[in-house]
Design a protein around this ligand. Structure first.
Ligand code: FPP
Length: 264
């Protein structure tokens, strides 16, 4: 157990026993939605929802680490979120910085490498400095990679990749014919992390909200009505159990997939 104050419930242990360790998703991505509604339902300020959301982040990071998930990507702040009222943006930035400062030692202790994707130059200097400090401090950690999507937008990322490819072609570093989907993936901010196997979205919204549009091409989607601040390790295990029931065909037939499994 990583934190003494967070005892694993019996329900969570029972659920965990049903998880097949051989079929764990290697990479889980989460759209953490519903903080504002959670607060509103309780007649609280929206910021309280984000604060409670951070507790859910801690629990989910811890649970993923314990289960052996290799990569966890959290959509913490979208490029569109800059359009929110300045008071909410400032509060989110402050919460993010505090999270990084508080969590640094825990990440190191649990050998979790921190990484970030997005237009990070837009983050306030104090946040960026702390972020890169923790990224540097945890760079040697190998048990799990936690990727925070900050000021992230998938269209921004795809356009940036296309421009970089165009520049490399113009500079003679690459030929047009060499641009394959795999090469393109290498120009995205997520490279060299494998595409997510499972995407979880909380609060019941049925959209991708400009999140990892390229990388989610063959990802299994799991939408839960639970609002992010209420999302627990049990909810995470439920999502993984649901994922393990699915057959991932990547465009092939069911028979072809069975043959592939038999050959392994
Ligand atoms: C969506 O809820 C959530 C966000 C825009 C921010 C997510 C941020 C956190 C969980 C805390 C900071 C994260 C880290 C990693 C430290 P919403 O505000 O859109 O909710 P609503 O749709 O109900 O209004």
């Amino acid at each position: 157990m990583m934190r003494e104050d967070n005892k694993k419930s019996l329900a969570s242990q029972e659920l965990l026993e049903r998880v097949d360790p051989a079929k764990l998703p290697r990479h889980i991505a989460i759209i953490m939605d519903g903080n504002g509604r959670w607060a509103k339902n309780k007649l609280l300020n929206r910021i309280k929802g984000h604060e409670k959301g951070i507790d859910a982040v801690r629990d989910v990071v811890e649970a993923c680490r314990e289960m052996g998930i290799q990569y966890l990507t959290l959509y913490a702040f979208s490029v569109e979120n800059w359009r929110r009222p300045a008071s909410e943006v400032n509060a989110l930035m402050q919460l993010l910085r505090n999270y990084l400062l508080k969590e640094r030692d825990n990440l190191l202790k649990n050998e979790i490498r921190l990484s970030a994707i997005g237009d990070l130059d837009r983050l306030p200097e104090s946040v960026r400095k702390t972020l890169f400090q923790v990224i540097g401090d945890t760079a040697h950690c190998e048990k799990m990679t936690l990727i925070l999507a900050l000021s992230y937008g998938s269209r921004w990322e795809i356009v940036r990749a296309a421009l970089r490819i165009a520049r490399d072609i113009a500079a003679g570093k690459m030929r047009e014919e060499e641009v394959t989907p795999e090469v393109f993936s290498g120009y995205l901010t997520t490279a060299p992390v494998p595409d997510p196997d499972l995407l979880i979205r909380t609060s019941g919204e049925l959209r991708l909200s400009n999140f990892l549009l390229w990388q989610l091409a063959y990802t299994e989607l799991y939408i839960t009505p639970t609002l992010w601040p209420d999302f627990t390790r049990e909810d995470l295990i439920e999502a993984i159990l649901d994922y393990q029931k699915r057959e991932r065909r990547f465009g092939m037939t069911s028979d072809q997939i069975s043959e592939l499994h038999a050959k392994r």
